[in-house]
Design a protein around this ligand. Structure first.
Ligand code: FAD
Length: 418
């Protein structure tokens, strides 16, 4: 007989786990989240000019059928499709799977307030769900937030309508120069009425790099003789130089990243985070060519400026119509929302390496303050960061979802490490 599995968070990870649970066993699934399934930060509030930063061929929900999304969207594997369309795809995948397994999926539109180790999930609408297993799929920590003294400090640029409400004839300062800043700049200039510049600033002023129109097959660089982080960096640079284009090398490294990250000493991981993580992300998470072309256009028109420097002491802060936080995820415990904060405070969870996510065991079970993994509480996606490195994008999440469903079936005492 099937058990009850509660999946907390109805974003991409929640949908992909629910799909795997429905297809791979007999469990009943309750998918709990405040918004429409398949939404989440990336695909929920995306506007038409917000494109995926991965090719359609990388975005299938089905690990066994890489072309599934491209076929659904009627496009080629190389295309960069709108993110909102991808949200619709996830919903259609969930609906179709639910229809094929009638009566086993319940979607509950609520926020989870608390979880207990016995699998009781308390909802903010006063309800509760009893489950044999609970999968935390709530996305990563909240965006890092700097203290900025400005009367219009937009801490959540994804909130509907918040950017459209800003005057087009006064400059706007963006804190961050990554993909979120690019998204925000595109929205602020979308209607063609903006006359004042958008200025994006970060410590180094690095913008994400660009995909080429056609994908080149990944090339795995030779790392056999590498013993340290420095060796790896040297080998990757050499391979990229030889290949003529660094992109296939960066893409070829991707399946090795968790192992490489795990092999670093804590000191090397720390050095990577301080000095290399940002340039790495610029190479790894690239802009779609059409987005990059729009960025070039905006810069040439003087409507987007990218600057390096600190923000808090930015001269003439008061002259900006608004300051918009476009920073990447913060660190735990500070960047925990109420649910994760509550789990940490109750000792049911503990902060993972470098505060990037939660501590987990090798199969993805949540590890509590006492250092023991819970049998019923699981983590998927961005909250695994730190224990893993590459854990936020669709190919990794769908692989985790598949593996998690297998691990859930194995009695706790018999589970093997990943
Ligand atoms: C702007 C952007 C663009 C991206 N583009 C790509 C791309 O092109 N390709 C790619 O592979 N990856 C991309 N990503 C990475 C992206 O993180 C993943 O693809 C995926 O969306 C992560 O899904 P998730 O479900 O883990 O997290 P999220 O999408 O953050 O979803 C988490 C969900 O949990 C819910 N939740 C949170 N707390 C609670 C609670 N207490 N109770 C109930 N529900 C809760 C939230 O409401 C949300 O719906 C992008 C990310 C961003 C931010």
């Amino acid at each position: 007989m099937g058990r009850a599995v509660a999946v907390v968070g109805g974003g991409c990870a929640g949908v992909l786990v629910a799909r795997e649970l429905l297809r791979g066993g007999e469990d009943d699934v309750v998918l709990i989240g405040p918004g429409e399934p398949g939404g989440g930060v990336a695909y929920g509030n995306a506007r038409p000019w917000h494109l995926l930063n991965s090719r359609a061929g990388a975005m299938s929900a089905d690990p066994d059928d890489p072309g599934h999304f491209a076929r659904w969207a009627g496009t080629t594997a190389d295309a960069f499709r709108p993110r909102a369309e991808y949200g619709r795809y996830l919903r259609s995948v969930l609906d179709e799977t639910a229809r094929a397994h009638p009566g086993r999926l319940r979607v509950h539109r609520a926020r989870v307030a608390a979880i207990t180790p016995d699998g009781t999930v308390a909802l903010d609408d006063g309800g509760a769900v009893r489950a044999d297993h609970v999968v935390l799929a709530t996305g990563g920590p909240a965006a890092a937030r700097q203290r900025i003294d400005h009367r219009r400090y937009v801490t959540d640029p994804w909130r509907t309508g918040v950017l459209e409400a800003l005057p087009a004839d006064r400059p706007v300062l963006l804190v961050g120069t990554g993909l979120t800043a690019v998204d925000v700049a595109l929205t602020l200039t979308a209607d063609g009425r903006r006359t004042a510049p958008v200025i994006a600033v970060s410590r180094r002023g690095l913008l994400p790099l660009t995909h080429t129109a056609d994908a080149a097959p990944p090339t795995v660089p030779a790392l056999d003789d590498c013993a340290t982080l420095r060796d790896v960096v040297r080998a990757v640079r050499a391979a990229a130089g030889e290949a003529g284009d660094w992109r296939p090398i960066v893409d070829g490294l991707r399946p090795l990243l968790d192992q490489l990250w795990g092999a670093l000493t804590p000191g090397e991981q720390d050095a990577f985070l301080r000095h290399l993580a940002r340039p790495w992300e610029c190479h790894r998470h690239r802009m779609a060519p059409a987005v990059a072309a729009r960025v070039v256009e905006l810069r040439a028109a003087g409507l987007l400026e990218i600057r390096a420097g600190g923000v808090a002491a930015w001269p003439g802060l008061a002259g900006f119509a608004a300051v918009v936080n476009c920073a990447g995820p913060g660190r735990l415990p500070g960047a925990a929302g109420p649910l994760i904060g509550g789990l940490l405070a109750a000792g049911l969870a503990r902060v993972g390496p470098h505060g990037l996510g939660l501590d987990i065991d090798p199969v993805g079970r949540l590890v509590g303050a006492a250092g023991r993994a819970h049998d019923r509480l699981w983590v998927i996606g961005a909250l695994r960061r730190g224990a893993r490195w590459e854990t936020t994008a669709v190919p990794e999440i769908r692989a985790q979802a598949r593996r998690l469903v297998t691990d859930l079936r194995i009695p706790a005492g018999l589970r093997m490490a990943a």
